[in-house]
Design a protein around this ligand. Structure first.
Ligand code: UD1
Length: 430
């Protein structure tokens, strides 16, 4: 099993280029099968979750062509099979987007009940509620979600909770329903807007994405398009926090600064300097950080996917901070690992109370999920000595060339394939 091995203490300096948004790309690639014409999607991150989804799309008969590392061409006219299940797709959350896409196009879909990172109970009741409201019958049998409709008919849907996945999934199915659908209390995340823009570029009629109310007038068919995925706000935020925690001066390029406002606001609060440009943000930190309070919220609030990175920062900030997780109930699994690196954190229900310590000390830790894994790497960058992060499989689900990008801005980090590699690195840096 591969690990990251990190020698802490180097400030980060230089430029880092951010890739396409994983969570937008997953939904867009699923939606690409909704036309029989060829769709080209650019700025697709080359990460594990994307590979798993593309493989599933290929398995049901669609033609998938990798034009280059970040461009994919999909033709959904060859689809024979609306049943999606394999051991890999079962593990990714975004497999549920194939439900909305297949149901919208073929009025039938069978997709493995989604897995994903273990950050709490991740129901799909709102997705199901939406599909049923559009006239589909939905059952769960033998580990599959089975949705079927004679006709999907536009309707009024109120989401009891703001859900990114349910909003996008219902939007996809409704794009090819008869008549008008209104989704109220919709998620406003940038990737919801990106998927709506993508569907509209295929001929869909979706208005209001990015607000609480999305209105969709169904169309009979969708057509070919060429589209480029938006930059990944979480990858960008992760590098911004890496610079803040390790100290240094990093220009994070190819971003939409507006999407990073909550992240930027918190960095300013803890004493970093942040400069915004048209498509870049620069973070300058002397490593001295101040305490603060943060609560995760749906966009435009502070993203839950930046919560572990925030906690790592506050772990070495001056004074006592709190981090309240309001989206997923089990997102503090990294706390025990961080404690092994010297952090002083107490979790009470959904609140982490963090007493800042002077420094982290290197230790061997496990990445419990994607974002927490990245956060532990950031802790390692600021730690005294060597940190080994195991289970980097999780990190590779969502970060492309993570260690290479960090190395290019001055981090001492290697991906080790085995104990021999590990020892070699430790010898080199000690
Ligand atoms: C997506 C992202 C994930 C991010 C999350 C919140 C993908 C593949 N994943 O996950 O990285 O952390 O948005 O920004 O894009 N809920 C229900 N019933 C449902 C659906 C959701 O109760 O049917 C609840 C969830 O348990 C959670 C909240 O709603 O408490 C928000 O979840 P949601 O926005 O749906 O997250 P995901 O789409 O799973």
């Amino acid at each position: 099993m591969e690990q990251y091995v990190i020698k802490g203490g180097n400030p980060l300096n230089g430029e880092v280029e951010i890739g396409g948004a994983k969570n937008a790309a997953l939904a867009i690639l699923a939606a690409a099968i909704m036309t029989d014409e060829t769709v080209t999607v650019g700025n697709v991150p080359n990460v594990r979750d994307i590979k798993v989804l593309l493989q599933a799309i290929e398995e049901i008969g669609a033609k998938v062509e990798r034009v280059d590392a970040h461009t994919v061409r999909i033709n959904g006219s060859f689809i024979q099979n609306v049943s999606v299940d394999n051991e890999f797709i079962r593990r990714i959350r975004a497999s549920y987007y194939l439900l909305g896409a297949l149901l919208g196009k073929y009025k039938k879909a069978e997709v493995a009940l989604p897995g994903g990172c273990d950050i709490g109970s991740r129901p799909i009741d709102l997705h199901i509620k939406g599909f049923r409201a559009l006239g589909a019958s939905v059952d769960i049998a033998h580990g599959l979600v089975v949705a079927e409709a004679k006709n999907l008919v536009g309707t009024h849907i109120y989401l009891d909770k703001v859900s990114v996945g349910a909003t996008i999934n219902i939007m996809m199915a409704a794009a090819m329903a008869t008549g008008k659908t209104v989704i109220e209390n919709a998620a406003k995340e940038p990737h919801v807007v990106d998927v709506a823009n993508f569907l509209n570029s295929m001929g869909a009629n979706i208005r209001g994405a990015g607000t609480d109310v999305i209105r969709i007038v169904g169309v009979e068919r969708l057509h070919k398009t060429e589209y480029s995925v938006i930059p990944d706000q979480i990858e960008a935020g992760t590098f911004m926090f890496a610079a803040a925690v390790a100290g240094g001066d990093v220009l994070v390029k190819n971003v939409i600064p507006k999407h990073l406002e909550a992240t930027t606001a918190k960095l300013l609060e803890v004493g970093c300097r942040v400069r915004e440009f048209d498509d870049a943000v620069r973070v300058i930190s002397d490593g001295r950080l101040l305490h603060t309070q943060v609560t995760t919220l749906p966009y435009p609030g502070f993203p839950t996917d930046m919560q572990p990175q925030m906690a790592v920062l506050l772990g070495i900030a001056d004074g006592t901070s709190t981090v309240t997780e309001s989206i997923f109930e089990n997102r503090f699994k990294y706390v025990d690992e961080l404690t092994r690196m010297g952090a002083s954190i107490k979790v009470e229900s959904n609140i982490a109370i963090i007493c800042g310590v002077d420094r982290y000390t290197g230790a061997r830790v496990n990445a419990p999920d994607l974002r927490a894994g990245a956060a532990l790497v950031i802790a390692g960058l600021a730690a005294e000595g060597v940190t080994i992060v195991d289970d980097i499989y999780y990190i590779e689900r969502g970060y492309e060339a993570f260690e290479e990008k960090l190395k290019a801005i001055g981090a001492q980090i290697e991906k080790a394939a085995d104990e021999k590699d590990l020892q070699k690195f430790i010898l080199k840096v000690s």
